[in-house]
Structures are given as C-alpha cells and as structure tokens.
Design a protein around this ligand. Structure first.
Ligand SMILES: [Zn+2]
Length: 147
C-alpha cells in the first residue's frame, strides 16, 4: 500500500503518483511516520494544554530553561509578554515571559527547571531604591532641636 503525502489517499502497489495531486506516493511506513510527527508538530504549534513551568525574568533565562528542557526531549513554547505589550509603550510587568511545556511533561519539566535553578541560582536583586542615599546610620542621634 502506498499513500499520497498531500491528500493522504491510499493507492495500490504499482501506482507511483497521486492522480489528484500529481505528487510521488510514499510507502506506508513513511506515511505513518510523517503523519505522527505532523500531529505532534500540530499539537505543539497549537499550544493546546501547555502550562507554564517557569516565569523567566529575561530572554536569557528563558533560553537557558528552554535549552535544558529541549535537551530532555520536552517540547517548549516561550511566550514573552513583550510580543503583545511592547509596542512603544513600556508596560511594567513582572518578568519577561513564560516558558511553557505540554501538560503531560509538566512534572518532568518542573524538576528540570528546579535542578537548573540550583545550578544557576537566580541573582538576588539588591532592590535598594528605598530611602535616600547618605541617610545611613545616624538616624538615632537627634539632629532636631526644639526651641
Ligand atoms: Zn493526493
């Protein structure tokens, strides 16, 4: 049995070209292989049942996580907030984007993300915009004089 890769019609042995599409037929094994990989791909692209396993703070972090997950054979979709939000206006939003994997790979992915976080600990942000500079230490000693 042979198949048309375009319209997926079945043909008997001996036929080499699809009568409708005029493309070369392919053997059954190859057809099934293609079909399953196409379905995988389609599922991947439509993003159904993808869940976020990591809120990335930057494109670099997202790429790092993505690389690690893909190495384990997990399909990864990175959705950056900036795709939609960043069009001239700065939108203050936490993080850079989500790293998402299929629901079925979630547990494995979360473990990998966790391990990754231990190898590359996230930098602790010294968020020191509270208080003015130069006001250190001497706050207890009275500078104020009351008449
Ligand atoms: Zn065809």
């Amino acid at each position: 049995m042979k198949y048309c890769p375009e319209c997926e019609a079945e043909y008997l042995e001996g036929v080499e070209v699809c009568a409708d599409c005029e493309v070369a037929l392919i053997p059954e094994e190859e057809f099934l292989l293609r079909k399953s990989s196409q379905e995988r791909q389609r599922e991947f692209l439509t993003g159904k049942q993808f869940v976020s396993v990591k809120l990335a703070e930057s494109v670099f972090e997202a790429e790092r996580v993505k690389g690690a997950l893909e190495q384990e054979g997990i399909p990864v979709v990175v959705r950056t907030f900036q795709d939609t939000a960043f069009d001239g206006l700065y939108v203050a939003q936490k993080g850079w984007g989500n790293v998402e994997v299929p629901e079925s790979d979630r547990a494995r992915a979360e473990r990998i993300v966790k391990e990754l976080g231990e190898v590359f600990p996230e930098p602790v942000e010294a968020d020191s915009d509270a208080g003015e500079a130069g006001d250190e230490g001497g706050s207890g000693q009275g500078g104020e004089e009351e008449p």
